[in-house]
Design a protein around this ligand. Structure first.
Ligand SMILES: Nc1ncnc2c1ncn2[C@@H]1O[C@H](COP(=O)(O)OP(=O)(O)OP(=O)(O)O)[C@@H](O)[C@H]1O
Ligand SMILES: [Mg+2]
Length: 258
């Protein structure tokens, strides 16, 4: 059987008596872009944190490109090509914005490719341009608005040349116009091109979002989590019509939920 790009098996995370993810199993291919949706507290961020190594699972396993990465250190996971953005952003507030993007680029992987400070800075500037905040590169991160902090998060992740990019609410805190721009940038990134220097294709993606209308335009598959368990997994148009999903999350308004 062909090896999956990402393979998550029976993943469970308990916090004391609370089970945040329960028996989560799915796999994804190198070219996929998946939307991860579900009610507040469903376990979406926990799943991201498990895949990116911030949390260790109580049980279950995660394989990336055939390698078992369950419980591996975050740094090693980034180095293998998985980058994430976070719902609650914590930049180095006193550092210039461009330096915030350079820090995650200084990985052993980048060093091996001989990318020292000038090259890393150029890459960080490219990533800031991609995210639409390159004109603020030299200002301190503490000056950024909520929406711009979101863009900084995306720039930080993109600059590490990920093969898998996991975005936690990339449209959160953005106006409708900014959301539209971010959605377009994310779709462009996935298709590859400008940031495809290391890998000829753009990264596979998992996007956690509550703004479903915008999400649906860019993903080709949706996974719905509810109480830590996968409730549905399939093409967007099928998933949004699933009565279980409508009952648990969408309600009568369907995809108008934002
Ligand atoms: N570090 C933690 N310690 C204890 N409980 C936690 C921790 N992190 C998450 N939880 C709990 O686990 C459950 C899942 O939380 P999680 O943040 O993964 O949900 P989510 O789907 O991302 O929700 P949202 O859409 O609101 O961001 C919640 O009940 C939450 O309170
Ligand atoms: Mg969350």
């Amino acid at each position: 059987m062909a090896q999956s790009f990402l393979e998550v098996k029976n993943l469970r995370k308990e916090f004391g008596g609370l089970t945040a993810t329960n028996d989560v199993t799915f796999s994804m291919g190198r070219r996929e872009i998946i939307g991860l949706i579900g009610p507040n507290g469903a376990g979406k961020t926990t799943l991201l944190r498990l895949i990116s190594g911030i949390l260790k699972p109580t049980s279950g396993s995660i394989k990336f490109k055939g390698k078992n990465i369950t419980g591996a250190k975050t740094w090693n996971i980034v180095n293998m090509g998985i980058a994430s953005t976070f719902q609650n952003m914590r930049p180095f507030r006193r550092l210039p914005i461009v330096a915030n993007v350079m820090v995650p680029c200084l990985s052993p992987r980048a060093m091996k490719r001989g990318e020292w400070v000038k090259k890393v800075e150029a890459k960080a500037m490219d990533a800031l341009e991609f995210a639409g905040i390159s004109d603020m590169a030299l200002e301190k991160a503490s000056t950024l608005s909520q929406g711009d902090l979101k863009r900084l998060e995306v720039a930080r992740a993109v600059a590490t040349d990920p093969e898998l990019l996991i975005l936690d609410e990339p449209f959160g805190g953005l106006s409708p116009a900014e959301t539209e721009l971010m959605a377009k940038s994310v779709a462009r990134l996935h298709k590859g091109g400008r940031f495809g220097r290391l890998h000829s294709e753009g990264p596979a993606m998992i996007i956690i979002e509550h703004k479903l209308q915008q999400l649906m335009k860019i993903v080709d598959r949706i996974i719905v989590l509810n109480f830590g368990t996968i409730l549905a997994d399939g093409p967007p148009d099928v998933v949004v019509k699933d009565p279980k999903v409508i009952e648990a999350y969408l309600g009568d308004g369907g995809t108008t939920c934002s």
